[in-house]
Design a protein around this ligand. Structure first.
Ligand SMILES: Cc1ncc(C[n+]2csc(CCOP(=O)(O)OP(=O)(O)O)c2C)c(N)n1
Ligand SMILES: [Mg+2]
Length: 904
């Protein structure tokens, strides 16, 4: 590389400092004669020398000057015809804008955005015409996360390609209209043929992309995917980079050498309300963060017009000014006239005035940022895809609303959904859209003929790159389902041994890992909690995935359960990073579409750090049609004892009910868990349904019974009679007790208490209130819409219709869970649950505190029978006394007794 002397500028100008001059001269000669690698080596040695002498380089910076990383002489030849590409881009810009304007004109109030795509169009077009490759026989295919608000531009492209109709474009943001509409943002769930990845929740597409790239490597290292490439591209906004999920997840990408990952930040310096960093420079800040995390960073700041100015900038006055001016000023330039820009920019410096002298005000105004120059973008993309051993972040400077007549760069441009008639005409003129003026005013779409130069050009280039993008295809083999017999250990019960449902789960997982057909597809995921769940035995057998293998001898190598890392390890050990673990779940759960490989993730986590910690990621899994099992471990507000308020989860299943395609279960026994997991594999990987699962697993040990005959269907539907009482009903004293999860142990004990009092008690296991209430709601809806009848009955009604007596439900979750089926329970129904914050206590005391102990369950049944006149008040009082029921106890949903009792 020939080095231009000015390119070695530091912010120091030597002036009369002879010593400094000499140092600079020698480094310059080094650079020229021996190249940048040697210069870097020497510079590092000098810096290390100072460090060793305890001279800290406090102002050492990870920044390079505010200019393009790739210099003019390193810039590759542009492979396309820029004139044609600009014509094409202009049509896309017009149609993308027209979609939003038509929506505005229709008065539907559905909104839309113009500014984001206007800033991103050129980078997306360079990628589409020359870089992004679709999946082919011998190429893995690129996965592209697009900035959500740039969606109209992607639709505009698909329209010219003939993939979307004019009706669909007209119905942008109106998905229910006849002829079909388009979703506001990338939502694979709503447009499964087009969108690959959701991105509308700012910040989540970065970890999603990172872990997709890592999972592709995992599949390759495990021999499930050929080493046939495929890049993951994530386009994000600069404002979006403030989300902690972005900067918080970038370390792993460098640690894992993910050179199949390219993140592009569209730095238009603005977000929704105003500047991203008015007083600083977002590009420089991101450069430091990414470089500090070990990424390759490429800045695209200035367009080609600046190259000539740089060539004249012998004393670095212009560069220094570029470094000095803050984003707020740059944003101001984008809305100012040429002379205003010149005046502020030159800032009284005659040398700078001299450099700018050759340009007219109009030329100064027209000078572009790098993100609007195809050559600069292409150079960066090209370098990124050829970078080895590191992920690349490309920071591209653009103008928000670029080309939007009268609005570009303004603070309100993000929300700009309308242009007046003159602005529309002016925009069309600028974009070279030739249509009758009325059509322009009405923001009609412009559709060139299929054999026009631009359409032919775009199609030819996509064909050369393997086909259209973004495109989602599903062509994944079905998996067989293990026979019931395969789970006989769980179906037969645990005999004399007390075990927990977590232990049962780990046994099932270990067995599935050995399964001849599906074993290799199982992906266990844990965020530094494997020992909590007793999964450490899997480390040795299945191995922990590490792309580097294991370079050290683990401290426990001589034990039966060593911490074994390996290149083809099957377990994803995510460390304490629930977002990362969820992103791995998302990658593994969508590999059936992304790679046509039906991996089955089992993500086991501390249940409270699931929905409430990473609920939005779970929602994104629903959007991306992920499959797999989420397992909420250490489940239940009172079953997890001692851990207290921030650990004891009494609400995840309730939140699970808010995810429409999630099936959630709260099993009590090992056989139930086995039936549910087997059914899940069947539903998701054999029948290929677009659903996923949340299952609670507990750490309380008890005897697991043998599965009662014929209950499989009930387990899956959500409820079955686990045990009918053998006590004859006398005086209509009949109780039905519903139990779930670990609270079933209390229900069993409550039944014994009741029976001892001569009350017949049947025990029902409710494996899923969510499944029961969903089905009942569906039936209720059907009956509402078909009042003529005959009425249909829900499963709960069918199951309970013949039952008499009173009904008591107890759950280790909020009362809202059992309440969800109240309408369909045919009789007096009392619910007990664990509303309120958890606290540190023993399990029995927690259950007393939350009033879900056997004593409270039995008491509730006796009260219900008393209300029906079947138990005398006297008897009720006697039983309450025996059960130690305290009527004046504070309500656990409202109070924290430890606080009440705390020392003053
Ligand atoms: C988690 C989240 N918070 C807020 C929003 C609302 N929102 C959508 S776009 C946007 C501004 C985006 O700015 P930037 O990332 O800089 O993208 P640009 O449009 O400027 O390219 C905001 C606040 C969102 N979609 N997601
Ligand atoms: Mg922005």
């Amino acid at each position: 590389m020939a080095t231009d002397p000015k390119q070695i500028n530091t912010t120091h100008t030597p002036g009369n400092d002879v010593e400094l001059h000499e140092w600079l001269e020698s480094i310059e000669s080094l650079l020229r004669n021996e190249g940048p690698d040697r210069a870097r080596e020497i510079f590092r040695a000098l810096r290390d020398h100072l460090n060793n002498a305890n001279v800290a380089m406090d102002d050492a910076t990870l920044n390079t000057p505010y200019r393009n990383t790739i210099s003019l002489d390193e810039q590759p030849q542009y492979p396309g015809d820029i004139e044609t590409e600009e014509k094409l881009e202009n049509v896309l810009r017009w149609n993308a804008m027209a979609m939003v304007l038509q929506g505005y004109d229709s008065g539907s109030g559905v909104g839309g955005h113009i500014g984001t795509y206007a800033s991103a169009a050129t980078m997306l077009e360079v990628g589409m015409n020359h870089v992004f490759r679709a999946r082919t026989e011998d190429y893995g295919g690129d996965l592209i996360a697009i900035q959500a608000h740039a969606a109209p531009g992607i639709y505009a492209r698909a329209f010219l390609e003939g993939r979307l109709s004019e009706t669909q474009l007209k119905n942008f943001r109106r998905e229910l209209q006849p002829g079909g509409g388009l979703s506001s943002y990338p939502h694979p769930r709503n447009m499964p043929q087009l969108w690959q990845m959701p991105s509308a929740s700012m910040g989540l597409s970065t970890p999603s992309a990172i872990y997709q790239a890592r999972f592709a490597r995992y599949l390759e290292n495990r021999g499930l995917k050929p080493h046939n490439g495929g890049k993951v591209w994530a386009f994000i906004g600069d404002g979006e980079s403030d989300e902690p999920e972005v900067i918080g997840s970038i370390n792993i990408a460098a640690r894992e050498n993910l050179d199949n990952l390219i993140l592009v930040a569209n730095c238009n310096l603005q977000r929704l309300d105003g500047p991203v960093r008015g007083n600083g420079k977002i590009i420089q800040e991101l450069e430091r963060s990414f470089r500090g995390a070990g990424w390759n960073v490429i800045k695209v700041i200035w367009s080609g017009e600046w190259d000539a100015l740089f060539a004249r900038d012998r004393n670095n006055v212009m560069q220094n000014r570029m470094d000095e001016v803050v984003d707020g000023d740059y944003q101001m330039y984008s809305v100012s006239s040429g002379d205003e820009v010149r005046e502020h920019w030159v800032n009284g410096d005659e040398r700078l005035a001299e450099i700018m002298h050759t340009l007219s005000d109009e030329e100064i105004r027209a000078i572009r940022r790098g993100g609007h120059d195809q050559r600069k973008i292409y150079a960066a993309f090209q370098r990124a895809i050829n970078t080895k051993g590191k992920p690349t972040a490309i920071l591209i400077k653009t103008i928000k609303g670029y080309g939007m007549e009268g609005h570009e760069g303004s603070n309100v441009v993000h929300q700009k959904k309308n242009l007046n008639a003159e602005e529309r005409i002016e925009s069309a003129k600028r974009l070279g859209i030739t249509m009758p003026e009325d059509d322009i005013k009405a923001a009609q779409f412009y559709k060139p003929e299929d054999d026009s130069i631009i359409v032919e050009y775009m199609k030819r280039h996509r064909t050369a790159l393997g086909g259209v993008l973004p495109k989602r295809t599903v062509n994944c083999p079905q998996l067989p389902v293990p026979e019931l017999e395969y789970f006989k250990e769980q179906l037969n019960g645990s005999g004399e041994r007390s075990i927990s449902t977590t232990m049962a789960f780990v046994r099932i997982l270990a067995k599935l890992l050995q399964h001849p057909d599906i074993g290799k597809y199982i992906v266990p995921i844990v965020p530094d909690e494997a020992r909590t769940f007793g999964m450490e035995a899997l480390f040795r057998k299945a191995g922990i995935y590490s792309f580097e293998g294991q370079k050290y001898k683990p401290v426990d190598s001589s034990t039966l359960m060593p911490y074994r890392e390996s290149k083809d390890g099957q377990i994803l050990q995510e460390g304490i990073c629930e977002v990362g673990a969820m992103a791995s779940f998302l990658a593994a759960g969508t590999a059936y579409a992304v790679h046509e490989i039906p991996t089955i993730p089992f993500y086991v986590f501390y249940s409270i750090f699931g929905f409430q910690r990473v609920g939005d990621m779970i929602w994104a899994c629903g959007d991306m049609l992920a499959r797999g099992f989420l397992l909420g471990g250490t489940a239940g507000r009172t079953t997890l004892n001692g851990e207290g308020l921030q650990h004891q989860d009494g609400h995840s299943p309730l939140v699970a009910s808010t995810v429409p395609n999630m099936r959630s279960y709260d099993p009590a026994f090992a056989h139930e868990l086995a039936i549910i997991l087997r059914d899940g594999i069947d539903q998701m990987y054999h029948q290929q349904q677009e659903i996923f699962y949340y299952i609670t697993i507990y750490n309380e040990n008890y005897l697991m019974p043998k599965m009662p005959a014929g209950c499989e269907e009930g387990i899956i539907k959500g409820m079955y009679r686990f045990k009918a009482s053998t006590t004859p009903v006398s005086g209509e004293r009949k109780a039905h007790l519903f139990g779930s999860g670990s609270i079933m142990t209390e229900v069993l004990r409550a039944a014994d208490i009741l029976e001892a009092e001569g009350i017949s008690a049947d025990i029902w296991s409710v494996t899923s209130y969510n499944q029961l209430s969903r089905e009942a709601q569906q039936i209720a809806r059907y009956n509402l819409l078909h009042p003529e009848g005959p009425e249909k009955q829900s499963y709960v009604e069918e199951l309970l219709t013949e039952e008499h007596g009173i009904f008591i439900a107890a759950s280790d979750y909020m009362k809202a869970m059992p309440m969800s089926i109240q309408k369909w329970v045919p009789g007096d129904y009392t619910v007990l649950g664990t509303d309120g914050y958890g606290l540190s206590e023993s399990r029995p005391d927690l259950r007393t505190h939350f009033e879900v102990s056997a004593e409270y369950i039995a008491y509730a049944a006796v009260v219900a029978l008393h209300k029906q006149g079947k138990v005398a008040l006297e008897d009720l009082n006697t039983i309450a006394g025996k059960l130690n029921i305290d009527s004046d106890k504070p309500d656990p949903a409202l109070a924290s007794p430890s606080r009440i009792n705390s020392p003053k």
